[in-house]
Design a protein around this ligand. Structure first.
Ligand code: DUT
Ligand code: MG
Length: 144
């Protein structure tokens, strides 16, 4: 499918890095190097604006390489871009490491997955169908 996009950055459009990648890497649209101190969070602009069709969302997810090597995560992971959002896509990075992390112009800071989602109506009832699991959760299947 094709999605309309405005790119106000000097970076290339988000792209799939390999043939069957689920996510497209997003690049930082910063004029100069931005520093993230340990446990600091910053909203990083991408310069990108998209027009998702109804029934689709974009998920903003961390990159595992940055997480593993530098302790970089996304505070609201996965971030949700709604189909009716027309503002700039931004990424809320956080530095979970003990060292300062530098974000340079054009760095690949996150990845974006375009996904379908359902839109539901509620049918409010008093009793739900029973199942083997029932109300068990939060580890109740663990071997004792
Ligand atoms: O990582 C993110 C998450 C969200 N957004 C934008 C797109 C999204 O459609 C909008 C609202 O996001 P969300 O619903 O997660 O935030 P909210 O706190 O509920 O704000 P709002 O009241 O505007 O919905 O902000 C981003 O650019 N990056
Ligand atoms: Mg919201």
């Amino acid at each position: 499918m094709t999605i309309r996009i405005i790119n106000k950055s000097k970076n290339s459009l988000p792209a799939y890095e390999t043939a069957h990648a689920a996510g497209m890497d997003l690049r930082a649209d910063v004029k100069e190097t931005v520093e993230l101190k340990p446990m600091e969070r910053k909203l990083i602009p991408t310069g990108l604006f998209i027009e998702l069709p109804e029934g689709f969302e974009a998920q903003i997810r961390p990159r595992s390489g940055l997480a593993f090597k530098h302790g970089i995560g996304i505070v609201n992971s996965p971030g949700t871009i709604d189909a009716d959002y027309r503002g700039e896509i931004k990424v809320l990075l956080i530095n979970f490491s003990t060292e300062v992390f530098e974000i340079n112009p054009g760095d690949r800071i996150a990845q974006m997955v375009i996904a379908r989602h359902e839109k539901v109506n509620w049918e409010e009832v008093e009793i739900l169908n029973d199942t083997t699991r029932g109300e068990g959760g939060f580890g109740h299947t663990a071997v004792k």
